[in-house]
Design a protein around this ligand. Structure first.
Ligand code: ATP
Ligand code: MG
Length: 294
């Protein structure tokens, strides 16, 4: 049986609007509602993302997102599961290149370099924009070799003494040196979960990145290990830009200066973390942070 059309379906589109001005107004409102609310841009950004859309085959996962990553800031990305946070994060160092069905449109620049330019080699790019994953993933190597791996493959040190210094310095900055200095030759996988995550952070730091991407870095950690990683993030900001995806809103408010709220592939709102959590402007942001959605 054929469905009976509703009045709305039966009407020609033009008759929804009584005047041309009203029609224009509705079109403006539609555009407005798609545009990101708040302050997605910063002065002197480290990374600029403009009109970034991401597809898996024909499925749109990120819809024309424009945002900057500032220098020495922690930018938190929050939003309900499946809204595209990890997808967008992975665009920032071309990690999505490893997913054959994934296509990225728009532009992403790091210090003015279009990272999707054909001439860009992803290996040095991923040293400049490092990544720490949800589950700590040390290499099946010694603690020393985990940290020395990057400097070795990128040829960053001239001799063993230099390499020792980089490893020690990275482990110190990751807050792990005191705990591991007497067992550097033991496997990284033998450390506790929280220590392994700090080892992965040391590994990212060792190659002198400008940006560190973190995808729910504490979700597998207990509260004490989480607190250590959060402290570390606050310190690392002095030197790097950090983009962190988190489901823990308390964590976003503790560690970040700016927060971006994603919803079904759209970047809904960006602003100072304090404002987003106390005075969100968009209803969807408000619904999410007050627990009405997600
Ligand atoms: N490799 C993939 N192939 C196909 N679709 C994918 C792939 N990875 C993600 N998607 C889809 O893209 C959308 C965004 O997923 P994404 O993992 O980025 O969300 P998320 O916000 O990180 O979610 P979560 O909070 O659960 O980690 C989802 O609809 C997801 O199913
Ligand atoms: Mg994710």
């Amino acid at each position: 049986m054929q469905a009976v059309p509703t009045n709305r379906e039966a009407q020609p589109v033009s008759s929804y609007f009584t005047t041309e001005r009203e029609e224009e107004q509705v079109a403006d409102d539609a555009r407005e509602s798609r545009a990101t609310v708040g302050e997605p841009y910063v002065d002197s950004p480290r990374m600029t993302c403009r009109d970034v859309s991401v597809y898996y085959d024909n499925k749109l996962a990120i819809n024309e997102v424009s945002i900057d990553v500032g220098c020495n800031e922690v930018l938190a990305m929050i939003g309900p599961s499946g809204c595209g946070k990890s997808t967008f994060l992975r665009c920032l160092n071309r990690m999505n290149d490893t997913v054959p069905s994934c296509r990225v449109e728009g532009s992403i620049e790091l210090d003015g370099l279009n990272i999707y330019d054909k001439s860009v080699d992803v290996v040095p790019l991923r040293a400049r924009v490092g990544m720490v994953f949800q589950k700590p993933n040390p290499f099946p190597k010694s603690i020393f070799d985990n940290v020395a791996y990057g400097p070795r493959i990128h040829g960053l040190t001239d001799n063993k003494a230099d390499l020792d210094e980089v490893v020690e310095d990275s482990l110190k900055r990751a807050g792990l040196w005191a705990e591991v200095k007497d067992r550097l030759s033991q496997p990284g996988t033998g450390l506790s979960g929280g220590q392994q995550q700090r080892l992965c952070i040391a590994r990212a730091i060792a190659v002198g990145p400008e940006v560190i991407l973190m995808d729910e870095p504490c979700s597998a950690l207990d509260p004490i290990a989480t607190a250590k990683v959060e402290e570390l993030i606050a310190e690392l900001r002095q030197q790097f830009s950090i983009v962190i995806v988190t489901h823990a809103m308390q964590q976003a408010s503790r560690v970040s200066q700016r927060t971006a709220y994603f919803h079904l592939g759209d970047l809904i709102e960006v602003g100072s973390t304090e404002r987003i959590f106390t005075n969100p402007r968009h209803k969807l942001t408000e619904d999410y942070i007050t627990g009405r959605f997600g």
